[in-house]
Design a protein around this ligand. Structure first.
Ligand SMILES: O=P(O)(O)OC[C@H]1O[C@H](OP(=O)(O)OP(=O)(O)O)[C@H](O)[C@@H]1O
Ligand SMILES: Nc1ncnc2[nH]cnc12
Ligand SMILES: [Mg+2]
Length: 206
């Protein structure tokens, strides 16, 4: 098992933010570390797409820890020490981030899955992304009315995937606090179509 130097923040999330050792300098250092790990693959999965590969972050426990710590620092600062009730992750790469971030914060994790994977009654939402179309689903009732929700995913490109998640959460009465991504493809202006504040650790392909 890997060693983690991060403190247990579950108490600090509930407490006063000024007691947390969060600093802009710490976050800046973590971002530099994470930026250096990303890889790009031209023409994947189709011609003209420059694919941003975030998987090296998860291959290295210290980078993995840097990622979760960065997102945790942002949430602690953004919400004044209050924690969200639910972290929602978008299948598939959002599942790499969502559960560990939720655990760190003492929040629930709820998945958005591609159509046909979830049992029982579901909410369904069609969406378009940078290189295709698909349908997302959530189990009906997986978000309770009034719950404070943050959506996490690896990348925001056109914003279509994240918008679909937001639409299902809002249909169930969730209070969507924000969207959090590792990387933003700024030239696609995806954040402009999203109905809550957007935070991205890194920007790319401006
Ligand atoms: O902002 P958008 O244009 O919607 O694109 C961003 C989405 O595209 C990718 O998911 P994809 O479904 O392609 O692959 P995955 O199943 O590996 O997450 C990426 O992980 C984001 O979820
Ligand atoms: N350029 C890109 N790289 C990786 N994932 C993506 N999802 C949508 N666009 C992407
Ligand atoms: Mg995805």
């Amino acid at each position: 098992m890997s060693q983690s130097t991060a403190p247990d923040v579950s108490a600090q999330v509930a407490g006063h933010p000024s007691s947390h050792p969060a600093t802009a300098a710490e976050l800046a250092g973590l971002k530099v570390k994470l930026r250096g790990a990303l890889r790009q693959f031209p023409d994947f999965p189709s011609p003209g797409i420059l694919f941003e590969d975030i998987l090296p972050i998860f291959a290295d426990p210290s980078l993995h820890e840097a990622l979760i710590r960065s997102l945790e620092l942002h949430i602690l600062e953004a919400y004044g020490g209050q924690k969200p009730d639910v972290i929602v992750g978008l299948e598939a790469r959002g599942f790499l981030i969502g559960p560990s971030l939720a655990l760190r914060l003492g929040a629930s994790f709820v998945p958005v899955r591609k159509q046909g994977k979830l049992p029982g009654p579901c909410e369904t939402q069609a969406y378009e992304k940078e290189y295709g179309q698909d349908f997302f689903q959530m189990q009906t009732g997986s978000i309770k009315p009034g719950q404070k929700v943050i959506i996490v995913d690896d990348i925001i490109a056109t914003g279509g995937s994240a918008l679909a998640g937001a639409q299902m959460i809002q249909k169930m009465g969730g209070d969507l606090l924000s969207f959090i991504f590792i990387l933003e493809l700024e030239f696609l202006h995806g954040r402009d179509k999203l109905p809550a504040p957007v935070y991205t650790l890194l920007s790319g392909q401006a």
